[in-house]
Design a protein around this ligand. Structure first.
Ligand SMILES: Nc1ncnc2c1ncn2[C@@H]1O[C@H](COP(=O)(O)OP(=O)(O)OP(=O)(O)O)[C@@H](O)[C@H]1O
Ligand SMILES: [Mg+2]
Length: 460
């Protein structure tokens, strides 16, 4: 079904209605005009004919012509022309006069109608006449011709006038209804456009209220609703931020409490017990330094997560960057008897990345893989190019991740390790997302884990 705008729905019915009225009204007017004049003409001319007959002027047609301004024709019993006041008829008019004057029909009508006079419209040499017929003695036919050309001109003028009025009125109606339609539909169009923006999440704007009517009221109500929506969204964001900050602060406090309490106990022991042998004292100091180091790692990881620095993008070969990390880890891999399998796609084109951050993210993933294979195993690193991105897959044959933990892997401080901060994966995810990429993890407990991360070929 075709879709009509509100404007068309207003304009079209008005136009159709007015067009119908403006076509019908002139037709009726002209028909009435014709009828009225015809009747009046016939009656008047019949009156004249009666007077002519009563006064005996039938036999003096020239006098009749002068007195009434009409033409007279008299025909014999065989329709031969006895007399005519129209002396300048054309040859064609003269030859076909019986036909043009409709004599046969007139005679028939006279026979049928008895006493009543018979009238007909005829055209002679292009001039319209109303003819009143009367039968005379010996089958003769008397015709009184009243020229109708003035009436024809008046009729033509009336037709033109009516058509002119129709065109002007239809144009005015079209213009006015178009203006009315536009006045009504423009604010609605504005409102519809605004609702689309709101639906797309842009809650900052306001729709201009242009009309002081129901549509204006609707716009005001909608503006109010948008403001309320924006306020509650901001409220929600604020609450969510506060909750996140609270959760992070609690986890952070929890994380540093353990190293802090060991440090406190060691320090108290060193202060209280003066008899601690130097070697034991040195060992304790070593533990304290280790714990300080742990706190340092937690704080650094937390800072990285809480306040990420801007990316320093440059064009780099991804395989090279990964290779550097793998070289650093060679000793670690050997120590845990882990075999490294590299499946690098040598066709990879350089991509724009923050090299250090990329290495940091990859290293987190590699460390997790190593930590999952305490008994040794295989880690496979594969790079591949896809339509709009490059992907790195790290597969280990470690102990895997229980299904119930998978959802929490990217939650800050989620860890199953005694020494873990639980910030490795969240930081890695954030780094990839900063680049416009992402990370996914698939794991089967007891079999191994596949961590995949990808970076777009063209960063945002
Ligand atoms: N390859 C993997 N195999 C098994 N478990 C994994 C693997 N990668 C991550 N995990 C699980 O996900 C948890 C969170 O990892 P994440 O790297 O965020 O923190 P973490 O390794 O515990 O601590 P940190 O990275 O600071 O040493 C780990 O504690 C571990 O349980
Ligand atoms: Mg980790």
């Amino acid at each position: 079904m075709p879709r009509y705008s509100i404007q068309n729905k207003i304009v079209l019915p008005f136009l159709v209605l007015f067009m119908a009225v403006l076509i019908v009204v002139p037709l009726i007017t002209i028909a009435l005009f014709d009828r009225t004049y015809n009747r009046q003409f016939s009656r008047e001319t019949e009156g004249w004919l009666k007077v002519i007959k009563e006064t005996g002027y039938v036999e003096r047609p020239d006098q009749v012509q002068q007195a009434y301004g009409v033409e007279v024709m008299v025909f014999g019993a065989s329709n031969a022309l006895n007399f005519t006041s129209l002396d300048d008829l054309s040859d064609d008019g003269m030859v076909n006069l019986t036909t043009y004057m409709k004599l046969r029909e007139a005679r028939q009508k006279i026979t049928e109608s008895g006493d009543t006079l018979v009238s007909q419209n005829v055209v002679l040499d292009g001039i319209p006449y109303k003819v009143i017929y009367d039968s005379l003695a010996q089958g003769r036919l008397y015709c009184l011709l009243r020229p109708m050309d003035d009436i024809a001109v008046a009729r033509r003028r009336l037709t033109w006038l009516m058509s002119g009025i129709a065109v002007v009125v239809i144009s005015l109606v079209a213009l006015t209804s178009n203006l009315v339609g536009r006045n009504l539909s423009n604010p609605i169009k504005n409102l519809v456009q605004f609702t689309r923006q709101v639906a797309a999440g842009k809650l900052d704007g306001q729709c201009n209220v242009k009309s002081d009517d129901e549509i204006g009221d609707l716009t005001t109500a909608f503006n109010q609703m948008t403001r309320d929506l924006r306020d509650s969204r901001n409220e929600l964001i604020r609450a969510e931020r506060l909750a996140t900050a609270g959760r992070m602060a609690a986890s952070f406090a929890h994380e540093i409490r353990n190293p802090l309490s060991s440090m406190r106990m060691l320090t108290q022991m060193l202060i209280q017990r003066k008899d601690v042998p130097p070697s034991k004292r040195e060992q304790s100091m070593g533990y304290i330094l280790e714990e300080i180091g742990r706190i340092d790692v937690i704080v650094k990881g937390f800072m990285d997560f809480a306040r990420p620095t801007a990316l320093e993008l440059a064009s780099h070969d991804l395989n090279d960057a990964l290779e550097e990390v793998l070289n650093l880890m060679e000793a670690n891999l050997n120590h845990h008897q882990i075999t490294l399998v590299k499946k690098f796609d040598s066709e990879l084109s350089p991509i724009r990345v923050d090299r250090d951050k990329l290495k940091q993210g990859f290293m987190n993933i590699m460390l997790n893989a190593i930590e999952a294979m305490a008994e040794g195993g295989t880690v496979e690193v594969e790079t591949s190019r896809h339509e709009d991105r490059v992907q790195v897959d790290v597969l280990d044959t470690g102990f895997g991740i229980p299904a119930e933990d998978v959802e929490q892997l990217f939650e800050p401080f989620f860890t199953t390790k005694v020494q873990g901060s639980g910030l490795g994966l969240p930081n890695t995810k954030r780094i990839m997302e900063q680049h416009g990429g992402g990370v996914t993890i698939k794991s089967a407990e007891g079999e191994g884990t596949r961590v995949s991360f990808w970076l777009p070929l063209k960063p945002n």
